[in-house]
Design a protein around this ligand. Structure first.
Ligand SMILES: [Cu+2]
Length: 219
């Protein structure tokens, strides 16, 4: 499946610029074949109110409409972010709204719109963002015109995710190894003295203080 995906560059200029009705409290978006949202740009959506989203899946694949809850951020393009890292972004920051539609399905939901600002929305089906399935939505303003170029991303980048992922993996491995070693050591300690092959050493008398150095000669 991945083989048939045609990767396009991330810049928004790859898609048509469509303006939504100013101050609208409703948004209609269609997932089209070829991994596209139509429209893929919304301007002047009403702020701080309940916005209704109608999401149409006009394709033969399932798609999501998911707005990352991160104002003024362009998600890194497919050369620097994997599907897993995209999911991690949404886990970290959440979504203003996220809907999943099966092929041919239409769903409507509402979400609380934020104050003035702009956000990126994507399809979270694996590989769809990397195929160009993204767009931008602005609340209470027009989208910045420089969205046609990949803007710098001010949050943790792919490198941070990789580093954190490695640390978590190493921690899990250490805990598992520590548990196994602990179990083995515990088994040895708890073995009865007769099974050790030599008598268990007697504990030193507690009534007398331990001798100071030099140690007394052994008997
Ligand atoms: Cu999709």
């Amino acid at each position: 499946m991945v083989g048939v995906l045609s990767f396009v560059s991330h810049p928004a200029s790859a898609n048509a610029y469509v303006v939504d009705a100013a101050g609208s409290a409703s948004v209609s978006v269609t997932a089209s074949s070829g991994f596209m949202f139509t429209p893929n740009n919304f301007n002047d959506v009403a702020t701080n109110t309940t916005v209704t989203v109608t999401f149409v899946d006009g394709d033969t694949l399932a798609h999501t409409f998911s707005i990352l809850d991160r104002q003024g951020v362009v998600i890194p393009d497919q050369s620097t972010i994997t599907p897993t890292q995209l999911d991690q972004l949404f886990t970290q920051y959440g979504a203003l709204v996220s809907m999943t539609n099966n092929p041919g399905q239409t769903n409507t939901t509402t979400f609380a719109s934020p104050g003035t600002g702009w956000y990126e929305f994507v399809c979270l089906e694996e590989g769809h963002f990397q195929s160009g399935m993204f767009g931008f939505i602005a609340f209470g303003e027009a989208l910045p015109t420089n969205l046609s170029v990949s803007a710098p991303y001010d949050g943790p980048g792919a490198a941070v995710f990789i580093i954190i992922g490695t640390i978590v993996a190493l921690t899990v491995i250490s805990v598992v190894l520590g548990f196994v070693v602990g179990r083995r050591r515990g088994s040895s300690d708890e073995m009865p003295p007769e099974r050790l092959g030599y008598p268990e050493p007697e504990a030193p008398p507690t009534s007398e203080p331990l001798p100071e150095s030099p140690a007394p000669p052994k008997p």
